[in-house]
Design a binder for this molecule. Structure first.
Ligand code: TRP
Ligand code: SF4
Length: 326
């Protein structure tokens, strides 16, 4: 039996090359008939319920991003969380058996409240975020969930909730394993981790001109103020991209940087000359897909119907096990 996998992203913005090199690249490698890739719009609402982020408009952009990055809806199932109401219903059922203390000790809960300043996140919905995520995973009896390290606490909670349910009633759910992304954290244009909340991203929807401009404005080794200063490639975000997309030549880049034998402008130009051809096909595919929005909506609706068929069976089993319904 092939492994069933499930993963998802929140439609809070267009995806960027950090997502592409990390999560999406990993998904594509694992993609098969038993893969479910979700757009987690309920999750987006837990933090964006009062903001102006256009969740609905972003949904279709994220489907386009998924497909432009190479996911194939003829193979896997691409679906929208809110089109499969079983996610909401299983969340309610699981919330009955999830002790508050498990949610309160979740490290990402406290981190996010600290990081997402200005948002009122001490809500029932946000505290229950991992219960919703557990429902996503358990509905499909996924064997594995490809995620970044930041999601491990949520995955562990999903396993604990599954165990508790199976123990209280009968074994309905599977404990899913994590498949961690191999790519190290991708730096953004300012050197911090690439993240939409830091406004330091290069997006899949950026035109070649925009990509070029962003590369030329990237920070480099902060200790390298003058051309004659010796550089430290290991702290330079430009160099990070050389190691990924200019693999044959990155050692030369590092040597010349250390010996002050190359200037940063020249180095950025060289990096851009590799990055642009790497991103161009994705940009073009994105353009083609964007011109066929009706078709994209159809794909999403069809995928959601396929997902619903699986989710409905599991939910019925779970309700029966918990002794609810007729
Ligand atoms: N919480 C995940 C994130 O912020 C997104 C997500 C929602 C998810 N449901 C999921 C990931 C289920 C894996 C499995 O990135
Ligand atoms: Fe970074 Fe290249 Fe400048 Fe070295 S030469 S600091 S690797 S941009």
């Amino acid at each position: 039996m092939p492994k069933r996998i499930l993963s998802g992203m929140r439609p809070t913005a267009n995806l960027h090359i950090g997502n592409l090199l990390g999560a999406l690249g990993n998904w594509k490698k694992l993609e098969g008939k038993e893969s479910f890739f979700m757009i987690a719009d309920w999750h987006a609402l837990t933090t964006e319920y009062a903001s102006h982020v256009p969740i609905k408009a972003n949904v279709i952009e994220v489907v386009i991003d998924y497909m432009a990055a190479g996911l194939d809806p003829g193979k896997s199932t691409i679906f929208l969380q809110s089109l499969v109401p079983e996610h909401a219903e299983l969340t309610l059922l699981l919330s009955m058996i999830t002790p508050l203390s498990w949610l309160e000790r979740n490290p990402t809960y406290k981190d996010q409240i600290r990081e997402q300043k200005g948002k009122e996140l001490t809500t029932h919905g946000f505290l229950g975020y991992p219960v919703l995520q557990a429902a996503d995973i358990l509905l499909y009896k996924a064997d594995a969930v490809p995620v970044g390290e930041d999601q491990l606490p949520h995955l562990e909670l999903a396993r604990e909730i599954a165990r508790r349910f199976n123990h209280l009633y009968r074994p309905v759910f599977k404990e899913a394993e994590a498949i961690l992304t191999q790519t190290p954290k991708v730096p953004g244009t300012d050197g911090r981790k690439m993240s939409k909340s830091y406004h330091n991203t290069i997006d899949l929807s950026d035109s070649p001109e925009e990509v070029d401009k962003k590369v030329m404005q990237m920070v480099t080794d902060p200790a390298r103020k003058k051309r004659e200063d010796q550089g430290h490639p290991e702290v330079c975000p430009v160099y990070f991209f050389h190691t990924i997309i200019n693999q044959d030549n990155h050692e030369t880049v590092a040597r010349e940087c250390r010996g002050a034998d190359r200037g940063c402008v020249e180095c950025k130009k060289e990096m851009a000359s590799h990055l642009l051809p790497f991103l161009k096909p994705i940009y073009e595919r994105r353009r083609e897909l964007s011109a066929r929005r009706e078709k994209i909506l159809e794909i999403l609706i069809e995928g959601s119907q396929k997902a619903k068929a699986v989710a409905a069976d599991t939910l019925a089993e779970a309700k029966d096990a918990a002794g609810i319904g007729i």
